[in-house]
Design a binder for this molecule. Structure first.
Ligand code: PLP
Length: 444
């Protein structure tokens, strides 16, 4: 591997201090968290996370697509520190403060669509989706929803009813919301009709009208179609243009609200502020979280003023849109607009190129897909049969950690590359080099 100043592994992993945190954590923390390897973070600066034993890692996980501006960006730290010294909390539910309204205005300006819009604030992705569910029901007077297989929208009971990602996420928690219907998402690499992407007559996009509306569901009962413009946890799956055109047609025809979950794909990650912009799609409600505030908790939904017309007291949250998160978000948006979007596109395209050239040496690479810095590499045991290499993918994550690269998985057998948007081409080269070494080390 090229010598580099970002990675330095000095102890066996996990190191001694990490081990004592792990012991404490295993004793006192909920066992429901799904940590793939024992990374115990102490400090983050830019693209580098240092663990409690002083080992340095190159971060291609961005704290699950959250640290858009990198770890502890000096400008973000500055606005948080200044705000913390002035006002930490007042509750936007019962009081006013300028940071909340300023961020709301900014979000209406950067989201697609020219109509007058309004913004609701929560603290997380799942809260944004809960708010979208309630708003869609309120605005339409209907109660049913359509969502997609492989979707991940969160883990509270409303959003979990839309999530169809892994059985373990639902087992034991029912009954969930009634009236949620799941339909196939266009997963072209594993097209059930075995069509070649781009040449198909995408039957998956017609399933809603041709099958669901003819067999189970009256479209006039549907409040919303909830979709990820690129499926995140489901495997970084990028649908074709037809998917978006079809959803817009269905929504217009039956008065169904289109609800885009941009929690993972938004805030510049794909090389546009929101992933729907790549497809000319204008959702009725857009859900945002993760990268919006560079690591402080914040979720939001944005909708036209006509749709967001619920009354006094209809929905609120004590902490939603706290002043610290709002100033961090305003600064994040400034940094994203002033260069990070372009960087996400430039380095993302380069990363894709590097990965494609790597695929010649590694038959385990079945598919590479993504936009900007939302890139998935699907591992297979055989390119013809496309048998999923689930154990190899898990081994890659472990071994990459040992080699100083933080990666996460998505879907059953996909490795995701989702670095902070400040990543450089040189860092992309290093990540790909380590990925290649790791594939060799595990024998593929
Ligand atoms: C697309 C999408 N929606 C919603 C969520 C839930 O967000 P949170 O974990 O902040 O509740 C996630 C989290 O991964 C996500 O990827």
């Amino acid at each position: 591997m090229q010598a580099n100043s970002w990675i330095s592994i000095q102890t066996p992993l996990p190191g001694p201090k990490a081990q004592s945190v792990l012991e404490q954590d295993h004793r006192f923390v909920s066992p429901s968290y799904s940590r793939p390897y024992p990374m115990v973070a102490k400090e983050g600066q830019g693209m580098v996370v240092t663990d409690v034993d002083g080992n340095r890692f190159l971060d291609f996980s961005a704290g699950i697509a959250v640290c858009a501006t990198g770890h502890c960006h000096p400008q973000i730290v500055k606005v948080i520190q200044e705000q913390a010294a002035q006002l930490i909390h007042m509750s936007g539910t019962d009081f006013y403060y300028p940071q909340l309204s300023a961020l709301a205005q900014k979000l209406t300006e950067i989201t697609p669509g020219k109509s007058d819009k309004k913004v609701y604030f929560g603290n997380s992705g799942t809260e944004a989706i809960e708010a979208a569910i309630k708003l869609a029901r309120y605005a339409t007077g209907r109660d049913k929803f359509i969502a997609f297989y492989n979707a991940f929208h969160g883990r509270t009971c409303g959003s979990l009813s839309l999530t169809a990602s892994k059985p373990v996420q639902r087992k034991g928690f029912g009954p969930l919301l009634e009236g949620v219907f799941h339909v196939p998402y266009p997963y072209c690499y594993r097209c059930p009709d075995r069509e070649a992407p781009g040449t198909c007559n995408p039957s998956c996009t017609q399933f809603i009208e041709d099958v669901l509306f003819k067999t189970l569901l009256n479209p006039m009962e549907v409040a919303g179609i909830v979709f990820e413009p690129i499926q995140g946890e489901g495997g970084y799956i990028v649908p074709p243009q037809e998917f978006f055109s079809r959803l817009e047609q269905i929504s217009r025809k039956y008065g169904i609200l289109l609800i885009a979950d941009e929690v993972q794909s938004g805030m510049g990650r794909t090389g546009k502020m929101f992933a729907v912009e790549h497809f000319g799609c204008e959702p009725d409600i857009i859900a945002i979280a993760k990268g919006i505030a560079s690591g402080l908790p914040l979720g939001a939904i944005v909708a036209s003023s006509k749709i967001m017309s619920w009354g006094y007291g209809a929905h609120a949250s004590t902490f939603g849109g706290n002043p610290l998160s709002c100033v961090a978000a305003l600064e994040t948006i400034r940094l994203v607009e002033e260069g990070l979007i372009q960087n996400a596109k430039a380095v993302g395209d380069y990363l894709l190129e590097l990965l494609w050239s790597l695929s010649e040496q590694h038959p385990a690479i079945g598919d590479i897909r993504g936009l900007g810095l939302m890139i998935g590499v699907e591992l297979v045991k055989d390119r013809k049969t496309k048998e999923k290499a689930i154990d190899w993918r898990d081994a890659v994550l472990q071994q990459a950690f040992q080699n100083g690269l933080l990666l996460l998985g998505c879907g059953e057998n996909t490795v995701r590359f989702m670095p902070p948007l400040i990543v450089t081409k040189e860092q992309a080269e290093i990540a790909v080099e380590i990925f290649s070494e790791v594939l060799k080390e595990i024998g593929h």
